[in-house]
Design a protein around this ligand. Structure first.
Ligand code: NAD
Length: 484
């Protein structure tokens, strides 16, 4: 039950940042921010008015002119300083992210450092936005290909990585010389504001970054309709991604779309089962499964299937679940009541389709949006959970007998973000990297994201990459200059 309002010192002040200025709620509409571990209202989030959005757009236009003229080396210094501030504030920032997202504190500490690393990566990579000079076809000519920042970026970040998602989107834009208007998730506003504060204090010119909140569809419609915005970066669900692409098409704006997945995990019979189980359970219940690259469909060779299921179930049942601020808990709540209802619906449908619920399958204590770490075995393809991104603490484990049929199962969905496989065979490992249809493949590992590597999907999981040299390139346009 949502009841009392905690003091702001226990959480964080909420506001908008427009043209570098902190904007209080005043008489703006507000919406409550809820701690998902307690269901307490912890703050009131102001919604940007149309006039606020227009001020942010005007600032982005001015900020772009100013920021693109700053030499990349100098831009990098500001990004690096922001990274230093984030590291120095790790504990404070991680605590805010845990309170509003529910993610356990150990994970938000790592996410703070990861976000600092992302800023550092773009600080460096911005200096390498190289063009090229082409061989002449006539004397006295110069044929040059140069890279330029695309223009003001409108970015939309979800709640599941409340620090990492904003850092990826802002880092790419700023590293390339673009200004940015970010709409973080309304569930996790203070995390994004904490990231933005580090940039402001590091010396980012005021007009370069604005942070706005409100009704997502209203904000995206307004920003995308403006000719000032030249690029959209969105992380979220496939239907919303498709909708935003249609809006972007009207103005022929560039898009980067990271739209989630339904990652298969292939476990062959030549692995150390205990080691794979330890890695799998840790990866599955990270952020209560609300991770776009979460391992969701386990396909385990029939020879080790029973052993694998039993080991998974024992580990899932032993997992301490509770408030993410308590260090002993290994899994926190789901982010909001909608997610809880969605998971309940998927489990009920799987049961009706004949799946075996081996662990969990129920809500846990209330208050708090807690759902038990769940294991489903022998789930038929007709079940919704075999076709829809679960985005919750549910592992589906099915068996397979031969290579070709398991690859067919792994690739059968329109998703293509991440895929994983575990095998002791070097030959098979190489083959798996080639045949799995995904933007990122982890072979004998669940670690598939570092600032240097491109992060993004294929098929309906989206297009374009964040991070890596591709992440910077996504905010650059190519110009050919021919001189005679
Ligand atoms: P949702 O679709 O309501 O929201 C998902 C995100 O999209 C939120 O950040 C929201 O603010 C944003 N959004 C929604 N409509 C928008 C619009 N018209 N314009 C701009 N932004 C918009 O769903 P939810 O209940 O919060 O999350 C459920 C689903 O979202 C999950 O099942 C998952 O598929 C997807 N999701 C994916 C990721 C990811 O990392 N790819 C992250 C979070 C959520």
């Amino acid at each position: 039950m949502a009841t009392q309002v905690a003091t702001t010192t226990a959480y964080a002040d909420l506001g908008l940042i427009i043209a570098g200025e902190w904007v209080e709620a005043g008489d703006r509409k507000t919406s409550p921010v809820i701690n998902p571990a307690t269901e307490e209202t912890i703050g009131q989030l102001p919604h940007a008015t149309t006039a606020d959005l227009d001020r942010a757009l005007a600032a982005a236009e001015r900020g772009f002119k100013q920021w693109r003229a700053v030499f990349p080396d100098q831009r990098g210094k500001i990004l690096k300083k922001a990274a230093e501030l984030m590291r120095a504030r790790q504990e404070e920032i991680a605590r805010i992210a845990t309170i509003e997202s529910g993610k356990r504190i150990g994970e938000t500490r790592i996410e703070t450092m990861m976000s600092a690393n992302i800023f550092e990566w773009y600080a460096e990579e911005g200096r390498r936005a190289y063009g090229r000079v082409l061989p002449q076809r006539a004397p006295g000519t110069r044929l040059a290909v140069i890279k330029e920042p695309v223009g003001p970026v409108a970015a939309f970040a979800p709640w599941n990585f409340p620090l990492g998602n904003p850092a990826r989107k802002i880092g790419a834009a700023l590293g390339a010389g673009c200004s940015c208007i970010l709409k973080p998730a309304e569930e996790t506003p203070a995390s994004a504001l904490a990231v933005a504060r580090c940039l402001m204090e590091a010396g980012l010119p005021k007009d370069v970054l604005s942070i706005v909140f409100g009704t997502p569809a209203e904000i995206s419609t307004h920003l995308l309709a403006s000719p000032i915005i030249r690029k959209i970066s969105f992380t979220g669900s496939i239907p919303v991604g498709k909708h935003l692409m249609k809006l972007a098409a009207e103005g022929m704006k560039r898009t980067t779309m990271e739209l989630g997945g339904h990652a298969p995990v292939l476990v062959f019979d030549d692995v150390n089962v205990e080691q794979v189980l330890d890695a799998s359970v840790g990866a599955k219940y990270r952020n209560a499964g609300q991770v776009c690259v979460s391992p969701t469909r386990f396909y385990v060779h029939e020879k080790i299937y029973n052993e694998f299921v039993e080991g998974f179930v024992a580990r899932a049942k032993a997992l301490p679940v509770g408030d993410g601020l308590d260090e002993k808990n290994q899994m926190g709540p789901l982010v909001h009541a909608r997610r809880l209802a969605a998971i309940e619906g998927l489990i009920q449908d799987a049961r009706q389709c004949g799946a075996h619920v081996k662990a969990g399958g129920t809500r846990l204590r209330s208050p708090g949006y807690f759902y038990a770490p769940t294991v489903l075995a022998d789930v038929p393809n007709k079940a919704r959970i075999m076709n829809e991104e679960p985005f919750g603490p549910v592992a589906v484990i099915n068996s397979f007998s031969d290579f070709d049929s398991v690859i067919e199962q792994a690739n059968r969905l329109p998703y293509g973000l991440a895929a994983f496989a575990f095998t002791g065979s070097a030959h098979r490992a190489k083959l798996l990297g080639e045949v799995l249809e995904a933007g990122m493949v982890g072979v004998n590992t669940f670690a598939i994201s570092v600032p240097e590597s491109p992060f993004g999907g294929v098929k309906e999981s989206g297009h374009g990459s964040e991070e890596g040299i591709e992440g910077l390139d996504a905010c650059l346009v190519t110009k050919f200059v021919s001189e005679a």
